[in-house]
Design a protein around this ligand. Structure first.
Ligand code: ADP
Ligand code: ZN
Ligand code: ZN
Length: 750
C-alpha cells in the first residue's frame, strides 16, 4: 500500500546496466535525499551504489512494491544537479556506461563513504610564567617538552605529526589541553589540497604586464560574454608567444571577482609547470583565491582533499588535465581549455570522452563562458567558428615582436643515398648541432613516436602507398604481405619494389630514439645528452629532474618524443631538429597533415624564445609536402583552407562525426563473422543517419593473441545515432569471448 506523500527517487545504479531504477526513500532521510545524493540500495540480490538522478512525484509502479533505499552514504549530495545532467548526456552521446562516467566524476574515497577527516592541529597558548614551566618540567617533563616545542612554532602544527615526532603520548597532550596551555583545533586540510611539487621552483612572474591592444580587445570581448551570464564559446587563436595566458588570466579574474568559480584545463599538468605556477601565483597574490591542482598523479587522499576543498567552497579554481572538467567547482562561470587542439584531451579508455567537448557542454549547462585557446585550433573548432557557434578572437603578433625561427627542410632521400644521415642525423643538422655546442647553446631533437611505422614509404624517392578512395596511407600487413586501407577495406599485394623508383628498400621503419641518441653521442662525445621518453616518464621525478637540469644548462642536447613539444619555454634553446617528420605525415590517419602542422608550429615555438633567433631542421623523405610548406611560411589560413577542402571532399570530420567500433577476440574467423553479421543488422535497421565502412582488420591486427576488427560509422547526428546503436548492441547475440568497444569522435584512428 502506498503511503501518501512518500518520496520516490530515480537512481542511476553502479551495476553494469543503464536503466534508472525507482526507490522509496525511508522517512528518516526523506528531507536530505536529493538529486546527486550517493545512496546504497538493493539491485537484484545485492547491494549497489547509485546516484539519485531525479525526484519522482509518482512512480508508474505502485509505490508499495518499490524497494527502499538502504543507506544515504553522505548527507550532502556528491554531485550537483548539473553534473548529474552532464553524466546523462555523456551516457547518451558517448554510449559510455553510467557507472564508468560516475566513477570518473566521484573520487574513490568519496564513493567508499570516507567523510572529510578534520585534521587536528595544536598550538601553544600565550606566554606561561617561567616558574610554572619549571614546575611542569619537574612534574611532567614530556608535557613540558611538547609545550616548548609548540611555542617555537609559528603556525599550528598537525597533532599526529607532532606526537609522532616528539614521541609524546596522547594523554600528555590531553592534559596540556585541559590545563589550557595548548589549544587543539580541527582544521580542514588547508595545505594538502593546494600542495604539489608542480610549479614549485618555476620562475613565476607575478606582476601582470600591461596588455597590448590585441590582448585587451580579446579580453574585453570575453568579459562582455561573461557578464551576460549566458552560454558562449570563444575561440582564442593566437600564435605561440602572443600572450594567450595573460588573456585567460584577465577573464579568470573577472569571473572570480564576481564570486564565480572556474576550471582551467591543460593537456598534461606535468608538461605545463609554468602555466600552473603562473596561474596560482597570480590568483593567490591578487585576489587571495586558492587554486586546486588536479591531475592523474594525485594520490587518493590528495584527490579527496582537492574535491572536498571545492565542494566546501574553500577553493574556487581548479587547474588540471582533462578529468578536472568534472571538478565540483561551485558557481561555475568559466572553463578555459588551453591548447584545445591537443589529442591528449581525448580519453582513450572508458569512458571515452573528449575533455574539450565536455567542457563546452558543461559550460552550456551552467550558462557559463568557455574559452578555447590554441595557436593551431582543431578543424572541428574552426568549423564551429565559421558556422557562427563560436566567437573568434585573434592574437596575430608575438608579444616581443620576435620573428618565428627559420625552418630548414632536409631531403632525407638524398642524405641516405649519399650514406649520410643513416643514423638519423643528417649533415646539415649535424653541422648546426656542433655549432650550437661550441656556442654553449642548447638543442632539442624530436623523434616522432606516433604511428607505428606501418606505412609503406620508399626511403630512396619518398613514394608513399595511399588509398585512392580515402586519401590516407595504406597499412602494411605482414601476415599476408598486403597493404590495406583500414578505413574502407581496400587491399592489394604489398609492392616488392618501389612503384616510383624501383628500389627494393620500399619499407621504411623509422629511426629509434636510442639510435638517434647514440648518433648524437658519437657526433659530440663531450656533450651532455639526455633522453626523455616513456621510459624516463615512468619515474615521476626523473622527468622533472631532466627538465630542471635542462633549464639550468646542465644538459646540452635533449632527445625526446613529441611530448616535450608542449608548452615548454627554454630561452637558451636555439636549435630544434625534427628527426622523422614522415612518421607523423604518413600515418594512416586523415588527420596526419593537421597533426604534423601542429607539431611543426609547436616545435618552432620552442626555439629561440630568448633574445637569440632560433632554427628548426625538419628531416623528411617527402620534402615537397604541402603541410611542411605551409608551416614554413607560417601560413595557418592557407593550410586550413586546403585541409578543410580535403575533409569536405571526403566528408571527414569536421563535416561529419566519426565513430570507431572495435571488435577483438581470440578467433579471427568468428570475429569477422560476427562483425559481418552486425554490419548487416545495422544496414537493415538503421538506414538514415549513418554511413558504414568496414568491417576490416584493424591496423594492428593482433595484440596479445587477440585479433582485432573494426567498423567505422560516419554520421551528422551522434545524439540520434548512438542511442539506436546502443539498443541494437544490447540485443545482439555477441559471443562471450568477443569484446567490442565504441569510440565516439575517435581521435586516434591509426
Ligand atoms: P602564449 O600562451 O600565447 O604562447 P604566453 O601567454 O605564455 O603566450 O606569453 C608569452 C610571454 O610573454 C610570457 O612570458 C608572458 O609573461 C609575456 N607577456 C604576455 N603578455 C605580455 C604583455 N602584454 N607585455 C609583456 N609581456 C607579456
Ligand atoms: Zn622509391
Ligand atoms: Zn580507403
Amino acid at each position: 500500500m502506498a503511503v501518501s506523500g512518500e518520496k520516490i527517487v530515480s537512481v542511476i545504479p553502479f551495476a553494469g546496466f543503464e536503466k534508472e531504477l525507482d526507490y522509496r526513500v525511508p522517512a528518516h532521510c526523506a528531507g536530505v535525499v536529493g538529486v546527486g545524493s550517493l545512496v546504497r540500495m538493493p539491485v537484484r540480490n545485492r547491494q549497489c551504489l547509485g546516484i539519485v538522478a531525479s525526484l519522482q512525484g509518482e512512480s508508474g509502479f505502485p509505490a508499495a512494491r518499490l524497494k527502499c533505499l538502504t543507506q544515504l552514504v553522505h548527507d550532502e549530495p556528491v554531485l550537483t544537479a548539473e553534473l548529474v545532467e552532464l553524466a546523462r548526456w555523456m551516457r547518451d552521446y558517448y554510449g559510455a556506461s553510467a557507472e564508468a562516467i560516475l566513477e570518473t566524476m566521484i573520487p574513490a574515497a568519496v564513493r567508499r563513504g570516507v567523510k572529510g577527516k578534520a585534521e587536528k592541529y595544536l598550538s601553544a597558548c600565550g606566554p606561561i610564567p617561567p616558574e610554572e614551566l619549571e614546575k611542569l618540567q619537574k612534574k611532567a617533563p614530556r608535557q613540558a617538552a611538547l609545550f616548548e616545542f609548540l611555542s617555537q612554532q609559528i603556525r599550528p602544527q598537525k597533532k599526529n605529526l607532532v606526537l609522532k615526532r616528539t614521541g609524546i603520548a596522547v594523554a600528555s597532550c590531553k592534559a596540556l589541553v585541559e590545563r589550557g596551555w595548548v589549544k587543539e583545533e580541527a582544521r580542514r586540510l588547508d595545505r594538502e589540497a593546494y600542495r604539489d611539487e608542480l610549479g614549485a621552483g618555476e620562475a613565476v612572474s607575478v606582476i601582470p604586464p600591461v596588455l597590448n591592444s590585441e590582448q585587451q580587445e580579446a579580453a574585453e570581448a570575453m568579459i562582455g560574454s561573461l557578464r551576460k551570464k549566458s552560454f558562449q564559446v570563444h575561440l582564442l587563436q593566437g600564435v605561440t608567444g602572443s600572450g594567450k595566458t595573460e588573456v585567460y588570466l584577465k577573464v579568470l579574474q573577472e569571473a572570480l571577482a564576481g564570486g564565480g568559480g572556474a576550471i582551467f584545463l591543460v593537456p598534461e599538468v606535468a608538461l605545463a609547470p609554468q602555466t600552473v605556477g603562473r596561474l596560482r601565483a597570480r590568483l593567490e597574490q591578487e585576489g587571495g583565491v586558492k587554486t586546486v591542482v588536479w591531475h592523474s598523479h594525485l594520490s587518493e587522499g590528495e584527490r579527496f582533499d582537492a574535491w572536498t576543498a571545492l565542494v566546501r567552497g574553500e577553493a574556487r579554481v581548479v587547474v588540471g588535465a582533462r578529468s578536472a572538467v568534472f571538478a565540483p567547482v561551485p558557481n561555475l562561470r568559466l572553463i578555459v581549455v588551453d591548447e584545445e587542439h591537443e589529442p591528449a584531451y581525448k580519453q582513450e579508455e572508458a569512458p571515452r570522452y573528449h575533455g574539450r567537448d565536455v567542457a563546452v557542454y558543461r559550460s552550456f549547462l551552467n550558462n557559463a563562458l568557455c574559452v578555447l585557446g590554441s595557436a593551431t585550433p582543431a578543424l572541428e573548432s574552426l568549423r564551429n567558428a565559421s558556422l557562427g557557434k563560436y566567437k573568434v578572437n585573434r592574437l596575430s603578433k608575438r608579444v616581443d615582436d620576435r620573428r618565428l625561427p627559420m625552418i630548414h627542410v632536409v631531403d632525407m632521400c638524398r642524405e641516405i643515398l649519399s650514406k649520410r644521415g643513416a643514423l638519423g642525423i643528417s649533415r646539415p643538422l649535424a653541422d648546426k648541432m656542433i655549432d650550437r655546442f661550441e656556442k654553449k647553446e642548447q638543442t632539442i631533437l624530436f623523434i616522432n613516436r606516433r604511428g607505428f611505422s606501418s606505412s609503406v614509404l620508399c626511403p630512396e624517392c619518398g613514394y608513399v602507398c595511399e588509398c585512392e578512395h580515402c586519401s590516407i596511407s595504406l597499412t602494411y600487413h605482414r601476415s599476408d604481405e598486403t597493404v590495406k586501407c583500414h578505413l574502407c577495406g581496400y587491399r592489394r599485394k604489398a609492392p616488392q619494389h618501389c612503384p616510383g623508383c624501383g628500389s627494393a628498400k620500399i619499407r621504411w621503419k623509422g629511426f629509434g630514439t636510442q639510435r638517434v641518441e647514440d648518433a648524437a653521442k658519437s657526433l659530440l662525445p663531450r656533450a651532455r645528452i639526455e633522453r626523455m621518453d616513456t621510459d624516463a616518464m615512468s619515474k615521476k621525478n626523473r622527468f622533472r629532474e631532466i627538465l630542471n637540469d635542462f633549464r639550468l644548462g646542465k644538459i646540452d642536447i635533449l632527445v625526446g618524443t613529441q611530448m616535450i613539444a608542449k608548452g615548454l619555454d627554454f630561452p637558451n634553446v636555439t636549435l630544434v631538429g625534427l628527426i622523422d617528420a614522415d612518421l607523423s605525415l604518413h600515418v594512416p590517419d586523415f588527420r596526419a597533415n593537421e597533426r604534423t602542422f601542429q607539431l611543426l608550429v609547436q616545435v618552432s615555438g620552442r626555439s629561440g624564445r630568448g633574445d637569440r633567433a632560433g632554427e628548426v631542421v625538419v628531416q623528411t623523405f617527402t620534402p615537397h609536402s604541402g603541410t611542411i610548406h605551409y608551416a614554413r611560411r607560417e601560413d595557418f589560413d592557407g593550410f586550413i583552407e586546403e585541409e578543410m577542402e580535403m575533409r569536405r571532399q571526403f566528408k571527414y570530420p569536421p563535416f561529419r562525426h566519426l565513430i570507431h567500433h572495435l571488435f577483438h577476440g581470440p578467433n579471427p574467423e568468428k570475429l569477422s563473422f560476427y562483425a559481418e553479421q552486425w554490419v548487416r543488422l545495422l544496414e537493415e535497421k538503421i538506414k538514415a543517419d549513418i554511413e558504414i565502412r568496414g568491417p576490416c582488420p584493424a591496423p594492428l591486427e593482433k595484440i596479445k593473441d587477440r585479433y582485432r576488427y573494426q567498423v567505422w560509422y560516419f554520421t551528422h547526428n551522434v545524439s540520434r545515432l548512438v542511442p539506436k546503436l546502443q539498443s541494437l548492441r544490447s540485443e545482439f547475440p555477441w559471443p562471450d569471448d568477443l569484446v567490442q568497444v565504441l569510440d565516439v569522435d575517435a581521435v586516434n584512428i591509426s
